[in-house]
Design a protein. Structure first.
Length: 278
């Protein structure tokens, strides 16, 4: 598909954007699932959400605010960053559904991609536990099933060629990174750093999933584009500012990631302009 074609909102007229489709019982169930899932994420992720800001503090200040960490644990900055990115990705992807959900199918997929990526990383590292991902995956899947644009989740999407190509290019590097960290995790004995390694594998896989979601023609693709840009830029900048962090990118790869962000951001901006001009 040529760039810019069939972008923008999907399946939503003015009336359809105001409330979910289907019967009253289904609408009530959808809003209830959204409310319960949002509350669940706020409670379970309350410690992870602030880490997106705390993670930029220098070592002593970082440790002062991380009472659960001992001296020397600041090398786990990227582990903390990954956890916070997961929390915000799920929470934001679910919360934005409260307004015009028909236009935000891709945002809910962004939320769903988080437990999917974590489950895949656990499988790769040989530490998969259903209890670790099911509590997050099941309510988001339920929200997808009850969504007013539920058919959009199973429709084969068309792709923006430029954004898809950029995602595939980055995906080669991210998948190689994830497999390398997963190999380290499998060889770790005793698995003292297993959580760190699993989260970093998840982060690499999530970057690919979010990029692919952003490249589709599903409503809310801009949300996914911002999510993958934020994830990639944070990992690259953290790797440059705090080179002692475990599992960080080398300076060469960090600058390559920032350059990729410029290219992907430009492609998304151009696509959005073409959509607005229609």
């Amino acid at each position: 598909m040529a760039n810019g074609a069939n972008h923008g909102t999907i399946g939503g007229g003015a009336r359809g954007d105001q409330r979910p489709g289907g019967g009253r019982a289904r609408r009530i169930a959808f809003w209830s699932v959204l409310a319960l899932t949002t509350a669940f994420l706020l409670v379970t992720m309350q410690d992870a959400l602030p880490l997106i800001a705390k993670n930029w503090l220098p070592g002593d200040a970082w440790l002062a605010l991380r009472t659960d960490r001992a001296a020397g644990d600041e090398v786990h900055r990227l582990h903390s960053l990954a956890l916070s990115v997961f929390a915000w990705g799920m929470l934001a992807g679910v919360a934005v559904q409260f307004h015009r959900p028909r236009r935000k199918v891709a945002a809910l997929l962004v939320a769903l991609a988080v437990p999917v990526a974590i489950a895949a990383s656990e499988a790769l590292t040989g530490a998969y536990t259903l209890a670790g991902t099911a509590p997050f995956m099941l309510p988001i899947v339920a929200a997808c099933a009850l969504h007013p644009a539920a058919r959009e989740f199973v429709r084969l999407p068309r792709l923006d060629r430029t954004m898809a190509a950029l995602t595939l290019v980055a995906g080669v590097a991210w998948i190689a990174y994830a497999l390398d960290v997963a190999e380290t995790a499998r060889a770790t004995s005793p698995p003292t750093d297993m959580d760190h390694l699993e989260f970093m594998v998840s982060l690499g896989l999530l970057a690919v999933l979010w990029g692919l979601i952003a490249a589709t023609d599903r409503g809310g693709w801009r949300f996914a584009a911002l999510a993958v840009l934020f994830l990639t830029a944070c990992v690259a900048l953290q790797s440059l500012i705090f080179p002692e962090a475990l599992s960080g990118l080398t300076p060469l790869w960090a600058w390559a990631a920032l350059t990729w962000c410029l290219g992907f951001g430009a492609a998304a901006w151009h696509r959005a302009r073409l959509t607005a001009a229609r």
